[in-house]
Design a protein around this ligand. Structure first.
Ligand SMILES: O=c1nc[nH]c2c1ncn2[C@H]1C[C@H](O)[C@@H](COP(=O)(O)OP(=O)(O)OP(=O)(O)O)O1
Ligand SMILES: [Mg+2]
Length: 201
């Protein structure tokens, strides 16, 4: 039995690492956190989710010499013209401060009726087999829902407490991790990535 191949996750987000580890399974790939290598986060100067994910994957692959998987994702709210979108991590002013991000989102949506609070989580995954891989594998996934008036649930991370999943009738933060992974933008993107990379099947 060949040992699982090592893959560095080009992310500083513990919630993404946990979900991608669960989604990939430990038998075929050993997903290493970039923090294991003391890697600082790269500045996300891209104008699209794809560009940012490519930036992150290239940076981690170069620094570690390993194949790299990056995730750039965000919450796109229709009533806000798709915002916070690419800027989801810094929407509240800090970086990755879910409390401030949610507080600003609820403020911006104050008075907007339920029917007009539609949104979707969006995720782009990029896998590079090596830093100079000329054919990055790119996959995307989208999860439709709507924004609650107040947070519900304690599971997951980021905007999960205010993201209502109509299919399950609860917030993403009220879902068991395996159920969220089966429904989420990240789970859907990984399913597409698997189809494009035999080694992931
Ligand atoms: O399943 C999710 N459930 C809740 N919130 C989520 C999810 N997926 C992304 N998000 C939010 C978190 C962050 O505010 C932004 C991603 O920003 P994004 O730059 O891709 O991630 P990040 O800065 O947290 O870590 P990193 O860039 O190192 O991967 O969207
Ligand atoms: Mg980021």
């Amino acid at each position: 039995m060949t040992p699982p191949a090592e893959l560095v996750l080009a992310s500083g987000n513990a919630g993404k690492l946990a979900e991608l580890r669960a989604l990939l399974g430990a038998d075929r790939w050993r997903l290493r956190a970039q923090s294991d290598f003391g890697l600082a986060e790269v500045e996300e100067t891209g104008l699209t989710f794809v560009e940012n994910a490519l930036l992150k994957a290239r940076h981690a692959a170069r620094a570690t010499g390993l194949p790299a998987l990056a995730d750039d994702s965000g919450l796109c709210v229709d009533a806000l013209g798709g915002a916070p979108g690419l800027h989801s991590a810094r929407y509240g002013g800090g970086h990755g401060d879910a409390g401030r991000n949610i507080a600003r989102l609820l403020h911006e949506l104050d008075g907007v009726p339920d029917a007009a609070r539609t949104a979707r989580f969006y995720c782009v995954l990029v896998l590079l087999r090596a830093a100079d891989d000329p054919q990055p594998i790119i996959a995307e996934g989208s999860w439709p829902g709507r924004i609650l008036a107040a947070p519900r649930g304690t599971r997951g991370f980021g905007y999960d407490p205010v993201f209502f999943d109509p299919e399950h009738g609860c917030s993403a933060a009220e879902l068991e991790p395996a159920i969220k992974n089966a429904a989420s933008h990240r789970g859907r993107a990984l399913a597409v990535l698997r189809q494009r990379l035999p080694e992931l099947r």
